[in-house]
Design a binder for this molecule. Structure first.
Ligand code: ZN
Length: 332
């Protein structure tokens, strides 16, 4: 979870081996909330819902949905320790990492995808939180770095991984932080008030020919369209943007990337709720689903992904080696 906007890189980035420090806290913006669409720029947007006092806007031009960014001080509060201590993400952060085979398999799949595309070496995970993905990448031989806005998450990640985890924003990394052979952004893009600013910064730090991997929500999924503001991914101010794949492609191209592949992942968005309805919930909050329910969920999610009916996408995008290489990627 990383903030999108930061000041110019005035603080020296700590190199591995030196004590890590705070970099690039986002600045306080005095801009009033705008209704201009962050994708197409249209001012023809309307408030389609209010969730916990936050407006959900819908662009009449490109059907993009988003919530105007809250005040920076509010965003900083969101990612304090309480965000991770079981209130919002009990299954993600309190299940016991090594026991969560589904996530481990997902990490392997992502790293397989990067390595099959020729990426190997230095990896930067943007919005690394506790650094679980960095653990998986390091175990496979990657030289890993992470960056996250949350001081709480970074302190715990550093305790395990060392000073290769930086506290701050990717926009504030100095030029010599890279180049990286691969950059990953897992479940982070939907938290960003200005995704293009972050993607542009990532492009700067990726080596030519390197790949960016993004896992984020599909704002055009069946669940998103059927459930509207009741879609579980709609949770401002934590989630701020709900891009459809076509919006992601536009943002990537605007940031200099060539989108190479999109795969569908995750569940229908209703999967967990349906399972909890037909089967009793686990006795302890946050305990992972086991046994037959886990296997049923895995099979159902795989079928849904094959039908492109899930509500998460995996996106691979390349920084071209040269201008002449543009447009040679596999079609999404
Ligand atoms: Zn629009």
């Amino acid at each position: 979870m990383i903030a999108a906007r930061g000041p110019a890189a005035s603080n020296k980035l700590p190199h591995p081996g030196a004590p890590a420090d705070i970099i690039g806290f986002m600045h306080a913006s005095s801009d009033p909330p705008t209704r201009a669409c962050p994708v197409c720029g249209s001012s023809r947007s309307r408030i389609c819902a209010r969730i916990d006092g936050h407006a959900l806007l819908l662009c009449a031009g490109c059907r993009f949905r988003w919530t105007p960014a809250p005040a920076p001080a509010d965003l900083e509060r969101i990612y304090a320790a309480s965000y991770y201590d079981g209130g919002e993400n009990p299954s993600v952060y309190h299940d016991g990492y090594s026991a969560d085979m589904a996530r481990a398999q997902n990490h392997a799949r992502i790293l397989d995808g990067l390595e099959q595309r020729g990426s190997r070496g230095r990896l930067l995970d943007v919005g690394c939180a506790y650094g679980f993905f960095l653990d998986s990448a390091r175990a496979r031989g990657w030289d890993v770095r992470g960056v996250d806005l949350s001081a709480h998450a970074v302190s715990l990640a550093r305790a395990r991984l060392g000073p290769c985890v930086w506290h701050g924003t990717v926009e504030a990394l100095p030029a010599d932080a890279g180049p990286f052979d691969a950059v990953t952004m897992l479940d982070t893009l939907e938290h960003l008030p200005d995704p293009v600013a972050v993607l542009t910064a990532i492009h700067r730090h990726l080596r030519p020919g390197g790949f960016l991997f993004i896992r984020t929500v599909d704002g055009d999924s069946l669940a998103a369209r059927w459930l509207g503001p009741r879609w579980p991914q709609v949770k401002p101010p934590e989630h701020l943007v709900y891009p459809a794949p076509r919006h992601l492609v536009l943002w990537l191209r605007r940031s200099g990337f060539t989108p190479a592949r999109i795969e569908w992942d995750g569940g229908l968005g209703l999967g967990w709720r349906a399972l909890r309805t037909i089967a009793p919930p686990p006795p302890a909050a946050g305990r992972p689903v086991r046994g037959i329910r886990r296997r049923l969920k895995a099979v159902a999610d795989r079928l849904l992904a094959l039908c492109r009916a899930t509500d998460m996408v995996h996106v691979y995008a390349r920084r071209e080696s040269s201008a002449g290489d543009r447009g040679t990627g596999h079609g999404p």
